[in-house]
Design a protein around this ligand. Structure first.
Ligand SMILES: *[C@@H]1O[C@H](CO)[C@@H](O)[C@H](O)[C@H]1NC(C)=O
Ligand SMILES: *[C@@H]1O[C@H](CO)[C@@H](O)[C@H](O)[C@H]1NC(C)=O
Ligand SMILES: *[C@@H]1O[C@H](CO)[C@@H](O)[C@H](O)[C@H]1NC(C)=O
Ligand SMILES: *[C@@H]1O[C@H](CO)[C@@H](O)[C@H](O)[C@H]1NC(C)=O
Ligand SMILES: *[C@@H]1O[C@H](CO)[C@@H](O)[C@H](O)[C@H]1NC(C)=O
Ligand SMILES: *[C@@H]1O[C@H](CO)[C@@H](O)[C@H](O)[C@H]1NC(C)=O
Ligand SMILES: *[C@@H]1O[C@H](CO)[C@@H](O)[C@H](O)[C@H]1NC(C)=O
Length: 616
C-alpha cells in the first residue's frame, strides 16, 4: 500500500512518472493499489491521477495496464477484459488525457464510473424559447374509439445463439460455443431453441414476437432501440451491420410502420457517440447512416433520414396531427466516454435547441408530440445536468407533449415530470414517460406493450403488457405471447375514486395518484415491483427501498430521483452458477450495461473493495 500522503501529491506523481517509465507490471500493481485505496471522492481523484500518469506513455501502454488490472482483479475473464478495453480504450484515453483533476467533469467521471463521488450540483444553463409558454392545457379526451400502438424495446438478438450450447458459462452472455466445453453435446445445461435467461435471444424469438404483434393489427409501432447483443468484447462494425440488417429487416418484413430510436448498443464500440466537438474519426457515421436507411425503410417518411446526422429525427405521422420526435439520448449517457470534455458541453450538437425548434413548430401547428428515445431522462445513468435541461423543455411544452417513450432499463417502469419538484402532486404532474421492458430475456420474460391511443389527442388511454413466459417449460416448444396486466384494470381500479372509463387519458396526474396508492397500500407497490421484471427473480423491497423507488418514479428530472451513488455498484462477473447478487445497492441498477468498459471499472472497484476488506 502506498502512504496516504500520496493522495495529496498528485501533481508531483505525474511529474515523476514522466521522468521514469516504470514497467507495465509495476503500473498494474500501483493502479490496482489505487483501486484498493479508493474509498471516497478524493481518493478517486488520486486513482484518476494514476491513470492519467499511465496515459502519458501512450494509448496502448494505458490499455495494457488497465487490461492487466482487470485480469488480476478477476472482474471478468481475461479475454473479456482485453476485448472490452481494446474497443473502448481509445475513448477512455481521449477523455483521460483532457481531464482536469477535481473539476466538475472529473467528479462526474468518478461518480459515474467508480461510484465514489456524489454527482456534482447541476450547472445552471439558460435555454431560450422562441415564445412564452401559452396558458394551454392538455386537451380533453375525444371519446372516439382508441387505436392500438405497440411499443417494444431492447431486442438484443444474438445471431450467434446456438441451441444446445452451454447456458451456464462465465461470460456476460452465454448460449455460444466459446470453448469445446460450451459446445452442444458437451454441456449439462443446454440452451433451448427459443432462448435462455442467461443469454440474448435467437433471431427466431424476434420473429415470434413480430408475428404476435402483427396479429394485433396495430396502427403502427415504436421501438426504443438496442438491436445488438451483449457480446461487447467481440462486437465489431460488421457484426453491428449484420444485426441491424437482421433486426430491422425482419421488422420491415413482418410489421407495418415502425418509428425507432438509437440505442447505446447500436454501434461498435458501444456507447461512444461523440459530439461534433470531438475529432470526426471517432464518429460512428456508418451506424447513423445504416440506421437512417433502415428507419426510412420502416416508415417511408423522408423526415427520418435526418437521423444520419446524429441519430435524431422529427416526423409527422401521415394524415395526422401527431409529430414523433426521436432523439439521441446517448449524448447524455454517463458511459459515453466522449462526454467527459473539459468543460462538459451543455448542449452536444445543439440537440436541445433543435428539440425546442421542433416542439415550437408542433405547438404553432396544433400538433401533439411523442418523444421517443432509449435512455429515460430520470435514469441513474443519465447525466443530471442534461436531465434538468431536458425537463425545462418538457415544462415549457407540457400541453403539446402527449407522452414520452423509453427503453434501456429492461424493466417495466415509468417516470413523472412535475412543474415543481418540491411540490409533487397530481395537479403539478406535467408529463409522463413510459419505460417499456425488453424483449431480451436476461432480466425477465420477453415482453411488448400495446397502448390504447386516443385517435384525436394521441393521449395514452390505457396499455396492456404482453409477455411470453420463459420460465414456463412450454416456452421451449413455442412461445405464447399473452396479456400480463393492464394499466387501467390493475392500477386505475386501485385509486379512489377508481379510474376505469375506457376513454379517459392516463394523465401524469393519474400516475402520480398511482404512486400515492403505492405509498398507502404496500400491495399496490409490490404488484408494480413484481411487474418490473415480469415476476422474474423479484428482489425484496421494503422500507427505504420502497420510498426510494417511488421517489425514482417521480424523478424525471434526475437530480430529484433520490438515487445515491454506491462504491463498486453491485455488478459481478457471471461465475458459471448464474450472476451473483451482491447488492449493497440493487435499487435502480441499470441492466443494459452489464458488459462494457464502464461497468468494468465498477466491477474492478468492487473487487478491489472485497480485496481490501479481506486484507489481500
Ligand atoms: C441566465 O439568465 C439569467 C436571467 O436572464 C441571467 O441573470 C443569468 O446570468 C444567465 N445565466 C447564464 C449562465 O447565462
Ligand atoms: C466436445 O468435447 C470434446 C473433447 O472434450 C471435443 O473433442 C469435441 O470436439 C467437443 N465437441 C464440440 C462440438 O466442440
Ligand atoms: C468481426 O467479428 C466477427 C464475429 O466475431 C468475426 O467473424 C469477424 O472476423 C470480425 N471482423 C473484423 C473485420 O474484425
Ligand atoms: C440486408 O442485407 C440485404 C443483403 O445485402 C439487403 O438486400 C437488404 O436490403 C438489407 N436489409 C436491410 C433492412 O438493411
Ligand atoms: C414549489 O413548491 C414549494 C412548496 O410548496 C413552494 O415553496 C415554492 O414556492 C414552489 N416553487 C414555485 C416556483 O412555485
Ligand atoms: C411463468 O411460469 C412459471 C412456471 O410455470 C410460473 O411459476 C410463473 O408464475 C409464470 N409467470 C407469470 C408472470 O405468469
Ligand atoms: C388524483 O387524486 C385526487 C384525490 O386525491 C383527485 O382529486 C384527482 O382527481 C385525481 N387525479 C386524477 C388525474 O385522477
Amino acid at each position: 500500500m502506498r502512504p496516504a500522503v500520496f493522495l495529496v501529491a498528485l501533481a508531483p506523481l505525474a511529474a515523476s512518472a514522466a521522468q521514469e517509465k516504470k514497467s507495465a507490471e509495476d503500473w498494474i500493481t500501483e493502479i490496482w493499489d489505487d483501486f484498493k485505496n479508493a474509498v471516497d471522492c478524493f481518493s478517486c481523484q488520486a486513482l484518476l491521477g494514476g491513470l492519467q500518469a499511465v496515459s502519458i506513455f501512450g494509448e496502448s501502454f494505458m490499455e495494457d495496464v488497465i487490461t492487466g488490472v482487470c485480469s488480476i482483479s478477476g472482474a471478468e475473464d481475461s479475454d473479456v477484459c482485453a476485448g472490452v478495453i481494446a474497443n473502448e480504450g481509445p475513448a477512455v484515453y481521449y477523455s483521460l488525457k483532457n481531464l482536469k483533476l477535481g473539476s466538475h467533469t472529473a467528479k462526474t467521471f468518478c461518480a459515474s464510473l467508480v461510484g465514489l463521488c456524489e454527482f456534482p450540483e447541476v450547472r445552471p444553463y439558460n435555454l431560450s424559447f422562441p415564445s412564452p409558454k401559452p396558458p394551454a392545457t392538455r386537451p380533453p379526451p375525444s371519446g372516439k374509439p382508441p387505436i392500438k400502438v405497440v411499443h417494444f424495446s431492447d431486442t438484443h438478438v444474438d445471431l450467434s445463439y446456438e441451441e444446445g450450447s452451454n447456458s451456464d458459462c462465465s461470460k456476460p452472455i452465454c448460449c455460444r460455443s466459446y470453448t469445446e466445453n460450451d459446445a452442444p453435446g458437451n454441456t449439462s445445461s443446454p440452451c433451448g431453441p427459443w432462448g435462455d435467461t442467461n443469454c440474448d435471444p435467437p433471431h427466431r424469438l424476434q420473429e415470434s414476437m413480430n408475428s404476435a404483434i402483427a396479429d394485433l393489427k396495430p396502427a403502427f409501432s415504436i421501438y426504443t432501440g438496442d438491436v445488438v447483443a451483449h457480446d461487447v468484447w467481440l462486437v465489431n462494425k460488421s457484426e453491428v451491420l449484420d444485426d441491424l440488417n437482421a433486426t430491422y429487416g425482419s421488422m420491415e418484413k413482418d410489421l407495418g410502420t415502425v418509428y425507432a430510436a438509437l440505442g447505446n448498443h447500436d454501434a461498435a464500440p458501444l456507447n461512444l457517440f461523440p459530439s461534433n466537438n470531438i475529432p470526426s474519426e471517432y464518429n460512428p457515421q456508418w451506424a447513423y447512416d445504416a440506421l437512417a436507411s433502415d428507419w426510412f425503410a420502416l416508415t417511408g417518411n423522408p423526415s427520418v433520414k435526418a437521423a444520419s446526422e446524429y441519430g435524431s429525427y422529427s416526423a409527422v405521422h401521415p394524415n395526422s396531427k401527431l409529430r414523433i420526435i426521436s432523439y439521441n439520448s446517448i449524448f447524455y449517457y454517463k458511459y459515453n466516454f466522449f462526454s467527459y470534455e473539459e468543460p462538459m458541453e451543455y448542449d452536444p450538437d445543439g440537440q436541445l435547441d433543435w428539440l425546442i425548434t421542433e416542439l415550437q413548430e408542433a405547438e404553432d401547428s396544433s400538433q401533439r408530440v411523442w418523444l421517443i428515445s432509449h435512455i429515460p431522462t430520470g435514469n441513474s445513468d443519465h447525466f443530471r445536468d442534461h436531465s434538468h435541461y431536458f425537463d425545462q423543455i418538457i415544462q415549457r411544452y407540457d400541453a403539446t407533449i402527449a407522452a414520452l417513450f423509453f427503453g434501456h432499463t429492461h424493466t417495466d417502469e415509468f417516470q413523472i415530470s412535475y412543474s415543481n419538484y418540491t411540490n409533487q402532486n397530481w395537479d403539478t404532474a406535467t408529463a409522463m414517460g413510459y419505460v417499456a421492458p425488453s424483449m431480451t430475456p436476461t432480466s425477465g420474460p420477453p415482453s411488448f406493450r400495446v397502448y390504447e391511443i386516443d385517435p384525436v389527442t394521441y393521449a395514452v388511454v390505457d396499455f396492456t403488457q404482453y409477455i411470453a413466459n420463459i420460465t414456463d417449460p412450454t416456452f421451449q416448444t413455442k412461445p405464447k405471447w399473452v396479456p400480463y396486466y393492464s394499466a387501467k384494470a390493475d392500477y386505475g381500479s386501485k385509486l379512489s375514486p377508481p379510474v376505469e372509463d375506457p376513454h379517459v387519458e392516463l394523465t401524469p396526474g393519474f400516475w402520480h395518484n398511482v404512486t400515492v396508492a403505492m405509498e398507502k397500500d404496500p400491495s399496490v407497490f409490490q404488484d408494480f415491483w413484481a411487474r418490473r421484471s415480469r415476476g422474474f427473480k423479484v428482489p425484496e423491497c421494503t422500507g427505504d427501498c420502497i420510498s426510494n423507488e417511488i421517489c425514482a418514479l417521480r424523478g424525471a428530472d434526475a437530480q430529484y430521483s433520490c438515487y445515491k451513488q454506491a462504491p463498486g455498484f453491485s455488478f459481478e462477473k457471471r461465475d458459471g452458477q448464474g450472476v451473483k447478487a451482491l447488492s449493497e445497492e440493487s435499487f435502480q441498477q441499470p441492466e443494459c450495461n452489464h458488459a462494457g468498459m464502464a461497468p468494468l471499472f465498477a466491477k474492478i472497484s468492487h473487487r478491489a473493495r472485497l480485496a481490501r476488506q479481506s486484507g489481500l
